[in-house]
Design a protein around this ligand. Structure first.
Ligand SMILES: [Zn+2]
Length: 152
């Protein structure tokens, strides 16, 4: 038994709870590593979401004055010129035009040409107006006639 004792000499018996403490330390180290990894993943995710939000938010560029794009302004231009849009939409387009010269020029051209068209009313529409008893002939023709005339 003595030889066995000496063989074991370099080794200390584990104190009570030593293993548990080591395991606990190991576990907490793993937890920290996990937390670090999770944090870096979270950072990447936050950066991704952040950049997505950053790049997709409506920016006050030439393309989005008044909260609408030039495309939308052009799409609604004809109705805008004829005053057929809702107050809110017309206001937004107006705001866009105050800042966006290309769109403003386009609308001005459309307005000018529609005014030219209104002045150059075909004579038969005046006759129709007159026969309908419309004394104030300076009033623009009804929408349908305007539309037909504009499409020529
Ligand atoms: Zn524009």
């Amino acid at each position: 038994m003595a030889s066995r004792e000496s063989q074991n000499g370099g080794w200390k018996n584990c104190e009570t709870g030593e293993i548990t403490r080591l395991v606990g330390a190991l576990k907490s180290r793993r937890r920290i590593q996990f937390a670090r990894r999770a944090a870096s993943v979270a950072t990447v995710v936050v950066l991704l979401i952040g950049s997505t939000v950053f790049f997709s938010r409506p920016e006050p560029t030439a393309m989005n004055y008044g909260g609408i794009s030039c495309e939308q302004v052009i799409a609604n231009a004809a109705q805008f010129v004829r005053g057929e849009l809702s107050r809110a939409t017309a206001d937004r387009i107006q705001l866009h035009l105050e800042h966006c010269e290309p769109c403003r020029r386009k609308i001005e051209r459309m307005r000018a040409s529609s005014e030219r068209n209104a002045r150059r009313q075909p004579s038969h529409s005046r006759v129709l107006q007159a026969s309908a008893g419309n004394v104030s002939s300076s009033q623009p023709t009804n929408g349908m006639l305007m539309l037909a005339w504009n499409q020529q």
